[in-house]
Design a protein around this ligand. Sequence first.
Ligand SMILES: [Zn+2]
Length: 170
Amino acid sequence: MELRIYPDPILSEKCAKAEPDDSDIPKILEEMCEKLYQYDGAGLAAPQIGILKRIIVADVREEPRRLYKMINPVITWKSEETIESKEGCLSLPFLREKIFRHESITVEYLDENFIKQEIQAFGFLSCCLQHEIDHLDGILYIDRLSRLKKSRAIRKFKKLQIENDPEDGI
Ligand SMILES: [Zn+2]
């Protein structure tokens, strides 16, 4: 399972709910956690490794350290208050852009044993989970920029790709 890089069309697809009888889930979670640490990301969503299922993993490296594995996560509450979030994405290497996210959210999800869990996330974890859950609906953080800023970001991304990987530049 390769890491999918923008503009891979799979990144724009909406994912289906994961079913408890889906025997692939433990393997998918394992692969996702491996990739998360291999690429030193804060979070990763299943479509980023080509799997169109509603699964995310996240470890924002804050104390107390915790690796979240979330199946079918749903945001059930969002704070009105927003914060600026400087985002990056493993599917858009090298690019970083500022957007606004809800400062705090409540997320309901199933853990790896398909047991229902709920957390309230603040700050960086809140932003990270919003970013990953967006992936499940085919939304990248650059889609949350204004049209002008998004086209500027894509140009910058293409340039960064060429600078960092001249063999494979677009
Ligand atoms: Zn991402």
